[in-house]
Design a protein around this ligand. Structure first.
Ligand code: 5AD
Ligand code: SF4
Length: 460
């Protein structure tokens, strides 16, 4: 049977189970934007099977958690929330509970679900999202629970043309490549999302053009490592070329992209941003650590000097460039002196904002086997020190924007203050008074005030 036939069957079965009313699904996504994009493909398929969506557990006929495995904290939250579903299921025995996403690609997690959470009906991994109709059909018609992960062939394929239920009306995601080949020693991603594979530039251009035509104003190109885009394709393309191709699409919109890896980020990429018509002056370029020994242990493939050299070039070419990064504090064996190299690096670069994480050991990764003598409380102190330093830097950066006019994509109205909130090209939040009709449009805002990492202003 094809997935379309399974879809029809599931729609029929669910309609009967819901006794005439529309079956409702609750889809909760954890983790990164890639997962959010997967969640939209899952919802697209559910919609075609006749489901409506709800955020209320009590209202749902089907609850699906789309999980993240990148750090222990994310996993603990999922286990906690799955545990809490036990009572919901007791009150609604016909409720279907499913888990998918990165956590489910890990053998030990699937085993734990099998043993400890007997009320979970369906578990599937990141490589088989396109088989959701079949998996749901099996769950509904078979008395056994369904556990499904991709085999080697599914690990490598890209399924085009899945329906997408987009959550936003003016911000959208567009995946350009899947997976990661880098094997940074701390990271579980290559194990749970498989090897790198890129979509054809034609497929991306079609989706992208459709988004612009539909009125999306802020489109983020997604990939675990977008700078590797095109490496395994037959066509002669790389990420900078792809950006230039998309930038040619006529319309009033901006392009963002993430995540870039410093190992593969080129001057060509910087030149492309500088010359672009629609490309945001914003670069998320995670450096993880400012110390060369730690970078080597992390298997990152660049040095502090190479990173700083690229940043210097980028700032020369794009003076208003907004830089952001991910950082890991307390990698196994990192000393306080080595950590201070990270603090020094953030002072030199002056990032707009940082995503900082305390190292979390992941089963199966190389770093999980390394000696890790520094106690958690000590790492926590370093973490605080880094955040305090960044707060000062962000406040300084924001203050330097007072008096400038920023083009802001207006996103929402704050229910309490009544102020509108939007984001600059560099992804900084700006609050300003204005009519709600501006939501979803670009507005020029005169920056009058800076509060740490938030700007305030008035319409120019
Ligand atoms: N522990 C802590 N942080 C991690 N990240 C990835 N793996 C780990 C880990 N094991 C962080 C990195 C990455 C971001 C998405 O999550 O900084 O860039
Ligand atoms: Fe993980 Fe490194 Fe790949 Fe990023 S580049 S997903 S940190 S292995």
């Amino acid at each position: 049977m094809t997935q379309t036939q399974y879809m029809e069957d599931v729609a029929q079965i669910m309609a009967i189970r819901a006794r005439g009313s529309r079956p409702m699904a609750l889809v909760r996504t954890y983790g990164c934007q890639q997962n959010v994009a997967d969640g939209e493909k899952i919802k697209g398929q559910l919609e075609q099977m006749g489901f409506g969506f709800t955020e209320e557990e009590e209202e749902a006929d089907f609850i699906l958690f789309n999980t993240c495995a990148v750090r222990e904290h994310a996993e603990d939250r999922v286990f906690g929330n799955v545990g809490a579903l036990k009572n919901v299921k007791r009150r609604h025995p016909s409720l279907l509970v499913a888990l998918c996403g990165c956590m489910m690609e890990q053998e030990h997690v699937a085993e734990r679900i099998k043993k400890s959470f007997p009320y979970v009906n369906l578990v599937f991994g990141t490589h088989v999202i396109h088989k959701l109709p079949e998996l749901l059909f099996r769950t509904l018609t078979d008395s056994r629970r369904v556990f499904e992960r991709g085999d080697d062939s599914e690990d490598k394929q890209i399924v085009e043309g899945l329906p997408i239920h987009r959550d936003g009306t003016f911000r959208a995601w567009c995946t350009v490549m899947y997976g990661c080949d880098n094997f940074c020693s701390y990271c579980v991603v290559p194990y749970v999302r498989g090897r790198e594979r890129s979509r054809s530039s034609q497929a991306i251009l079609e989706e992208f053009t459709g988004l612009v035509r539909a009125g999306y104003k802020d489109i983020t190109l997604l990939g675990q490592n977008v700078n590797s885009y095109g490496k395994h394709l037959q066509e002669d393309v790389n990420f900078a070329k792809l950006l230039r191709m998309l930038d040619e699409v006529e319309g009033n919109y901006r392009i963002r992209f993430m995540t870039s890896h410093p190992k593969d980020a080129t001057r060509e990429l910087i030149d492309t941003i500088a010359a672009g018509k629609h490309i945001s002056h914003h670069l998320h370029l995670p450096f993880q650590s400012g110390n060369n020994r730690v970078l080597k242990e992390m298997n990152r493939g660049y040095t502090r000097e190479k990173y700083l050299d690229l940043i210097r070039y980028a700032k020369e070419q794009i003076p208003d460039l907004s830089l952001t990064s991910d950082i890991i504090v307390g990698f196994p064996g990192e000393t306080y002196e080595e950590f201070l190299d990270t603090v020094d690096l953030i002072r030199q670069v002056e990032f707009t904002s940082l995503y900082t994480f305390i190292y979390s050991p992941r089963v199966g990764t190389r770093a999980a086997k390394m000696e890790d003598p520094v106690p958690a409380e000590e790492k926590s102190k370093w973490f605080q020190e880094l955040c305090a330093e960044q707060e000062k830097i962000a406040a300084r950066r924001c203050a330097s924007m007072i008096g400038t006019v920023q083009r802001v994509l207006v996103e929402e109205q704050n229910a309490k203050t009544g102020l509108l909130a939007g984001r600059t090209d560099g992804n900084i939040v700006v609050d300003f008074p204005g009519a709600p009709a501006l939501i979803g449009t670009f507005a020029d805002v005169n920056i009058t005030e800076a509060r740490n990492w938030i700007l305030k202003g008035v319409l120019a």
